[in-house]
Design a protein around this ligand. Structure first.
Ligand code: BGC
Length: 347
């Protein structure tokens, strides 16, 4: 009997000490692991079809890494339901911050609410998210983008009586209405007639090409086609060249894609708008880390904008007009594209 009691006591002592060891190992895991202390950012992209977004991603991820954060990047390929699922996944994973290039500016109120309820900060990157309690909207001055497109047409010689067609971007992208209305204002101020307007759902450039193909009479009567970005301009110029109109009808764009810069120096596109995405991505990464550490955003560049829910912090960067005349200064000297690449097809 006594022997049994002794055995049980020894067994108990062994179990207790084993448990203690296991607990010690557990806590060592937690405190020893640097990974778990890292700031974690989830970044949701619309798609990577357009050249610029890869640059945005690469610069953001590197800048965040330099600040001690790690970034999980998701791509919704233009599908808003997929984007909602990706945001839900980031909420489930307990990210510190979610950075979103939204596909539909009016469709993410519930997703943002769910993230905020989980204590996660939300940044609207490049495109505003309406009716949502976001922590920051960071973008370029999109009204200025539209104004620069209009001014370039006026500087090229369009004036009273000139006729313009608008081929705008996705109607669900908040930037598009800002660009359109600023562009229309310049047209009105200069008595330039807008003879037609179309929009490309999901920024699908083939829709702009199809428009040019199927509206030959109208197109042959116009002096310029305002294209919402360089990808649309690319397809429009191709479609115009089939009708032997490339270079005879002015075309605008934005993003300073390499091919657009090439078309500008070759003479088939009038202008583009350069948006230094390095600045945007770097500043966004800095703000994301500050928000993750529960800091408040300060600095001369922090303004505010109404998004239907209230005033939200807004960082607005300046876009620049690019033409044949200032290509070298704006694009090449800044290192955005190399000179030999831009002038590849020009002797
Ligand atoms: C961006 C443009 C881009 C377009 C298509 C807009 O929201 O501001 O730079 O070309 O989306 O992705």
């Amino acid at each position: 009997m006594k022997k049994n009691v002794r055995l049980t006591a020894i067994l108990l002592a062994v179990i207790v000490s084993l448990c203690a060891c296991a607990r010690a190992e557990d806590s060592e895991d937690k405190t020893g692991s640097v990974e778990e202390e890292k700031i974690r950012i989830g970044m949701c992209f619309d798609s990577f079809v357009i050249e610029r977004w890869q640059r945005d991603r690469d610069v953001f991820v590197q800048a965040a890494k330099d600040l001690g954060a790690e970034v999980n990047v998701q791509n919704a390929n233009g599908d808003i339901e997929e984007q909602k699922k990706q945001i839900a996944y980031f909420i489930e994973k307990g990210m510190d911050v979610i950075v979103i290039v939204c596909i539909d500016s009016d469709a993410l109120s519930d997703s943002v609410k769910a993230a905020r309820n989980a204590g996660i900060k939300v940044i609207a990157y490049d495109r505003l998210i309406n009716n949502a309690d976001i922590d920051l909207y960071i973008s370029f001055d999109n009204e200025m983008v539209g104004t620069l497109m209009g001014e370039a047409l006026v500087e090229s010689g369009l004036g009273a009586g000139s006729r313009v067609i608008m081929a705008g971007g996705s109607p669900t992208d908040n930037n598009v209405s800002l660009i359109d209305s600023a562009f229309i204002k310049v047209m009105q101020e200069n008595s330039i007639e807008i003879i037609d307007m179309m929009h490309c759902d999901g920024w699908r450039a083939e829709l702009a090409a199809e428009y040019v193909d199927s509206h030959r009479d109208l197109v042959s009567e116009c002096d310029a086609i305002m294209c919402g970005n360089d990808n649309l301009a690319s397809q429009v110029v191709n479609a115009l060249s089939v009708q032997r109109l490339a270079g005879r009808i002015e075309v605008t764009g934005q993003d300073a894609d390499l091919e657009a810069c090439q078309r500008i120096v070759e003479g088939t596109q009038l202008m583009t708008v350069y948006k230094p995405v390095e600045k945007l991505a770097t500043r966004a990464a800095e703000c994301a880390v500050i928000l993750a550490k529960k800091g408040s955003l300060t600095g001369d560049d922090i303004g505010s904008i109404g998004n239907g829910k209230g005033e939200v912090p807004y960082v607005k960067l300046e876009p620049l007009m690019v033409t044949k005349e200032n290509m070298d200064r704006v694009i090449i000297d800044s290192g955005f594209h190399r000179k030999d690449e831009v002038y590849l097809n020009v002797k």
